[in-house]
Design a protein around this ligand. Structure first.
Ligand SMILES: *Cc1c(COP(=O)(O)O)cnc(C)c1O
Length: 450
């Protein structure tokens, strides 16, 4: 066999991509060229430049409001549950990097992906059994929807091609997920005609501990029954609606949905992309209700916030249904499907989580949030303070002034990212008690100033 050519290194000086940009230069390039989430172009606000991160701290390239280090109150949007630069996850990534960072998944397979799929089946509710490894949460929701549509098509019921959800949800930013996001928060007006039109129930009544509202239960049941002939699936975030409004609801409504779906031949999809891996106090939020979905999405904390990966799990009933059709395959296959690097880190992250008393840590943080956020209830303009698992939310009676709220949090040495009328936090599970208290002071300051 001919030898492969040895990799070449540039010989004269360091490679251009290794030369650090001065922060001012970096910000100028960022402003000129780079989109940020939900941002205008060019950007109107100056993002902070993060140089590195370790534990629960983000290190800034230059001081902001007197701080060069910020405690991360966001877990990088629910994902970095073990904090940053974790030695175990770093080692898993390095180890896998030395074998291969990627290889195509068509016709090939590898241990990190197989191990991960088997592990997910083991830890998620029965009878979820088959796993599609996607490259982001939104794609995993697209795959979930495709599975449901195709299931009914294969069973000779192609008219079942709509979705039902409740208002106040968030399922991602590609088209099918967007169509089941809250119609106002998801700006459906902007896309009327382009977005698939789905069936919306009212948002579930507030309160994890609240008694289920019989009127709401009846309306929910009726709506599923009335649209049964055209519904492929009901899709919801169980127990916690995240980016759609940070609202908590009674698990009883999930049992109502399970029953209504069974009675009316409709599949049930749980989007656990935000709630999965312990955030709400159970490993998966479905466990609060004791019900299993037919299809379930996980993402965000799956890789401990290291790399982008998500998964869609389904039951054998769904998989076998699809396989009985005239097109017996699931026609979906992202280029980076099953990415070995992400899968290896995900395996290490799941091991790390389950190898510790994560329930105690989530409870500890929840208690810290309850103690520290109690004071927020007395701040003028605050209408609600709520905590579930390791999630703390302060709701205002007005839209947050992002600039002022961010400045207040950063001055306290904390990174927060409020939205709409919400200042909220979901700290990494490794956050110490002092840092949880600091995060709470920052949430209160942001609520006061914002
Ligand atoms: C974040 C999120 C998504 C989308 O995941 P991406 O990885 O951002 O595409 C979908 N559903 C829920 C519940 C989420 O929180």
């Amino acid at each position: 066999m001919p030898e492969t050519r040895s990799p070449q290194r540039p010989s004269n000086g360091p490679a251009p991509h290794t030369v650090a940009l001065a922060p001012a230069e970096l910000r100028a390039l960022d402003r000129a060229h780079v989109w940020h989430p939900y941002g205008p172009m060019p950007g109107r606000r100056e993002p902070l430049v993060v140089e590195s991160a370790s534990g629960v701290r983000l290190r800034l390239a230059e001081p902001a409001h007197g701080r060069t280090e910020l405690v991360d109150g966001m877990s990088s949007w629910w994902s970095a549950v073990h904090g940053y630069n974790h030695p175990v996850l770093n080692e898993a990534a390095r180890d896998q990097l030395d074998r291969m960072s990627h290889v195509m998944f068509g016709g090939l397979t590898h241990e990190p992906a197989v191990r991960l799929a088997a592990r997910l089946v083991e830890i998620t509710p029965e009878p979820l059994r088959h796993v599609f490894l996607a490259d982001s949460g939104s794609v995993s929701v697209e795959v979930a929807v495709k599975m449901c549509f195709q299931y009914w098509r294969s069973l000779g019921r192609p008219a079942k091609r709509r979705l039902l959800t409740w208002r106040g949800g968030y399922h991602g930013d590609t088209w099918q997920p967007m169509s089941v996001c809250d119609p106002e928060g998801g700006m459906h007006d902007l896309w009327s005609g382009a977005l698939p039109r789905q069936v919306f129930a009212d948002a579930p009544p507030d309160g994890f501990d609240a008694e289920p509202d019989p009127g709401y239960v009846r309306r929910l049941r009726d709506l599923v029954a009335r649209h049964a002939d055209e519904l492929a699936a009901v899709i919801v975030e169980p127990v916690v609606q995240g980016a759609g409004g940070m609202r908590f609801h009674s698990p009883a409504y999930l049992r109502v949905l399970r029953e209504a779906c069974d009675t009316n031949d409709v599949l049930l999809v749980f989007d656990e992309i935000a709630t999965g891996f312990g955030r709400t106090g159970k490993l998966f939020a479905a466990e609060h209700a004791g019900v299993s979905p037919d299809v379930m999405c996980v993402g965000k904390a799956l890789t401990g916030g290291y790399l982008t990966m998500a998964a869609t799990l389904c039951t054998s009933r769904v998989a076998e249904g699809i396989s009985r059709g005239d097109v017996p395959v699931l026609a979906h296959g992202p280029t980076f499907m099953g990415n070995p690097l992400a899968a290896a880190v995900a395996n290490a992250s799941v091991d790390l989580l389950l190898g510790q008393d994560w329930e105690r840590e989530v409870k500890r943080i929840g208690t810290g949030l309850e103690d520290g956020l109690a004071a927020a209830a007395r701040i003028p303009g605050v209408v609600d303070v709520r905590v579930l698992g390791a999630i703390g939310v302060v709701q205002l009676d007005h839209e947050v002034d992002m600039e002022a709220a961010t400045r207040a949090a950063v001055s306290e040495g904390v990174w927060l990212r409020p939205f709409r009328d919400l200042v909220y936090t979901m700290p990494p599970y490794v956050t110490g008690d002092d840092d949880v208290a600091r995060i709470c002071r920052a949430v209160c300051a942001a609520a006061r100033e914002g």
